[in-house]
Design a protein around this ligand. Structure first.
Ligand SMILES: NC(=O)c1ccc[n+]([C@@H]2O[C@H](COP(=O)([O-])OP(=O)(O)OC[C@H]3O[C@@H](n4cnc5c(N)ncnc54)[C@H](O)[C@@H]3O)[C@@H](O)[C@H]2O)c1
Length: 266
């Protein structure tokens, strides 16, 4: 029997042209895959151009969509201009920007974080998203259902002194994006996700030892597990698609209902 009503229709991204920063792996790759799987054309912009191209090829094969990867350092203005121009050329416009890049290491001594570390974290987690957003703006302003969505962190909204520089920068990102949502009202919807723990190899690289990772793997959240890239991608699809068309200027928790960041002890 033909369906007269399809509840998923507004979650489709057909006709949307997306840039996902940091989409070569983990959460960003999951977001790129979901948006392509919903029908969007997707450009993965990542510091690791080779991995971006590999991930994009795998997504294109799996979804049948036009998905490409390109090297881009989102802290570099010229690289931002290049990836925005390449995306607009390839797809004929940009409707959707996912500012997913970000990360920060743990500081063993949170009383002695250098100014340089604070500034670096701010550049990577906050300023890069501002510059990407402004570079995409001329295209976003022309698009239907234009949206910017950001991968922020739960640590931006809760005490998290082990990762102070990162948490501070993510808090800046969240505030900046609420303000930008107001600046771009009626033109571009802007929202951020406060993401909880999604276990990746990056935790080890950030100085979080196996015992601490184990505690994070059994988090004291309401759902009782850490997140998967797909959990974050599902929320991003809602925010970016027409299904999220009445949502802007919001900061939304996607963290299993976590209440605290507990890296040490119970
Ligand atoms: N994993 C988590 O538990 C978690 C929790 C909260 C928030 N987040 C946020 O979600 C986002 C993705 O997290 P993830 O764990 O998938 O990260 P990840 O480190 O696994 O992947 C990040 C990607 O960004 C790329 N990248 C790094 N610097 C870049 C730059 N200057 N320019 C372009 N690309 C760059 C990397 O090459 C990599 O492919 C980040 O913003 C992170 O802060 C993650």
């Amino acid at each position: 029997m033909a369906r007269a009503y399809d509840a998923f229709a507004e979650f489709r991204m057909t006709g949307h042209n997306v840039v996902v920063t940091g989409g070569a792996q983990n959460i960003g790759a999951g977001i790129a895959r979901s948006l392509a799987g919903a029908g969007a054309r997707v450009m993965i912009a990542d510091l690791n151009g080779e991995k971006a191209a590999e991930t994009a090829a795998a997504i294109a094969a799996e979804t049948g969509q036009d998905c490409r990867g390109m090297a881009c350092d989102v802290t570099d203005e010229a690289a931002i201009r290049a990836v925005v121009a390449a995306t607009a050329d390839a797809f004929g416009g940009i409707s959707t920007l996912v500012n997913n890049v970000g990360w920060g290491g743990r500081h063993p001594d949170p009383t002695a974080i250098s100014e340089e570390d604070f500034v670096q974290s701010y550049k990577l987690n906050a300023i890069s998203a501002y510059r990407m957003s402004m570079a995409c703006l001329p295209y976003l302003e022309q698009a239907e259902n234009a949206a910017i969505a950001n991968s922020s962190s739960f640590s931006a909204a809760t005490p998290a002194y082990d990762i102070l520089a990162y948490a501070t920068a993510k808090a800046a990102l969240t505030q900046m994006m609420v303000s930008i949502a107001h600046m771009l009202s009626r033109k571009v919807r802007v929202n951020s996700l406060l993401i909880g723990t999604v276990m990746t190899a990056g935790y080890g690289e950030a100085g979080i030892d196996p015992a601490m990772q184990d505690r994070l793997m059994h988090p004291d959240n309401l759902v009782g597990r850490t997140g998967r890239p797909q959990d974050v991608a599902n929320a991003m699809l809602w925010l970016c698609s027409p299904a999220g068309g009445w949502v802007s200027g919001q900061t939304i928790n996607v963290h299993g209902g976590g209440g605290v960041v507990r890296l040490f002890g119970d």
